[in-house]
Write a protein that binds this ligand. Structure first.
Ligand SMILES: Nc1ncnc2c1ncn2[C@@H]1O[C@H](COP(=O)(O)OP(=O)(O)O)[C@@H](O)[C@H]1O
Ligand SMILES: CC(=O)OP(=O)(O)O
Ligand SMILES: [Mg+2]
Length: 402
């Protein structure tokens, strides 16, 4: 057996019987690097042994100047609990990688060649893939003995049909440059849509997932397969986000260049980092926006109304894409916690069988639609790290069986 063939067994059944064929348990370190944060978990089967986040990387006052420094903090926090990167109990490391392009549509064991492939995709995800690579570089250096697996945000969306993934531009140029819809937050859409489908009366279930965090995206999922999603070639398209504009007329970019003399890089930063809720009202934290709305602040009110209008538009669009909807699931920091966003986004949709019970919504219950509603509306906390750990163990198990 070579050093990557670590036999591990997951779970066992609820009765406590010994793990059977196909059940693996393993202790997995999961690193989920976003553009400005690193989230981590140590999972042992269904159990979460440790978790945490280093936020605001690179911002003034942050404990971490870059992702490598953030990893140093993660390593320190884990070592204090005897769960450090050097822990002999670790059996695998799972990494979130945001952009897999058309090359990586499955969780993939990390090799030098895979690292080069992820590097080649940096132009399509300049804020994200370098952060993921920084994590991979550090853990490969520290733990060359462990299997490491890349789990791609884009992979869950690989099933989107060409009608939804193709942009209506010159075909030859688009194909040559890989210009198409890829979609992101795939581990979250996969995890939440699977849980949502369990609430549906019939199967196969049609589900709309609204992942509303700092980045935000919607997806339409039918019988477990993603059929459309709001993010595009990059994580800029679609919903209004904390600092990203989401959809806008591409002519706005030419106008900013011609009229304001902004460079392409300046426009890129403007749309990715100084737009969205931040650009509209000066706050990208939804809690702050809501407090200002409650105080009657007109800028915050406009920002919240633009945010919720865009959401409602995507819900309507995905209703039409799916033809019928069983469950609408809210997730992510905003989706899980903001009753006002959920209520506003779904107001006026009763003709589609969509309604929200104000008491259930206010309490953030897991089902917030009224009893008997045609469409169930659910609040489902996401767990990208769980999904990454599961997919990582799945790869390790398959590798062991080969
Ligand atoms: N109680 C709350 N009410 C409204 N918004 C909240 C609440 N708690 C967190 N949020 C919002 O969730 C967002 C962050 O979501 P999260 O999913 O943690 O982000 P990330 O995309 O970094 O993973 C922030 O805009 C924050 O304001
Ligand atoms: C892809 C993406 O937007 O990720 P995040 O929300 O973590 O920034
Ligand atoms: Mg996130």
């Amino acid at each position: 057996m070579d050093q990557h063939q670590v036999l591990i067994f997951r779970g066992g059944d609820e009765s406590g019987a010994a793990p059977g064929k196909g059940d693996i348990v393993g202790r997995v370190l999961v690193l989920n690097a976003g553009s400005s944060s690193v989230k981590y978990q140590i999972r042992s089967g269904a159990e979460r042994l440790a978790s945490g986040t280093v936020e605001r990387i690179g911002e003034p006052g942050s404990p971490a100047a870059d992702h490598e420094a953030a990893l140093g903090i993660v390593a320190g926090e884990l070592a204090e609990r005897d769960l450090g990167f050097d822990s002999p109990e670790l059996t695998a490391i799972g990494h979130r990688v945001v952009h897999g392009g058309t090359v990586f549509t499955e969780p993939t064991p990390i090799t030098d060649e895979v690292v080069r492939g992820i590097e080649a995709l940096i132009p399509l995800a300049p804020l994200h893939n370098p952060a993921n690579l920084a994590c991979i570089e550090v853990t490969r250096r520290l733990r060359p003995d462990l299997p490491q697996v890349a789990v791609f945000d884009t992979a869950f969306h690989a099933t989107i049909p060409p009608a939804a993934s193709t942009y209506a531009i010159d075909r030859e140029t688009a194909v040559r440059l890989g210009i198409r819809r890829y979609g992101f937050h795939g581990t979250s859409h996969a995890y939440v849509s699977r849980k949502a489908a369990l609430l549906a009366a019939g199967s196969p279930a049609n589900v709309i997932v609204l992942h509303l965090g700092n980045g935000a995206s919607a997806s339409a999922v039918s019988a477990g397969r993603c059929v459309d999603t709001s993010m595009g070639m990059t994580p800029l398209e679609g919903l209004v986000m904390g600092t990203r504009s989401g959809d806008l007329d591409p002519e706005v970019i030419f106008h900013l260049s011609r009229r304001e003399g902004l460079s392409i890089d300046e426009i890129d930063r403007l749309l990715n980092r100084r737009s969205g809720m931040l650009g509209l009202c000066g706050d990208n934290d939804m809690r702050a926006v809501q407090e200002r709305v409650a105080d009657g602040d007109p800028d915050a009110e406009l920002a919240l109304s633009v945010y919720c209008h865009r959401l409602r538009k995507y819900i309507g669009a995905y209703y039409a894409v799916l033809g019928a909807v069983d469950v609408i699931a809210f997730t992510g920091g905003v989706g899980e916690n903001s009753a006002p966003v959920r209520e506003r986004a779904l107001t006026g949709l009763s003709a589609l069988g969509i309604a929200v019970d104000p008491v259930r919504n206010g309490r953030g219950e897991s089902l917030i639609s009224p009893d008997g509603a045609l469409v169930k509306v659910a609040v489902i906390p996401t767990d990208e790290e769980f999904e990454i750990a599961e997919q990582t163990l799945g790869v390790v198990e398959r590798t062991n069986l080969e």
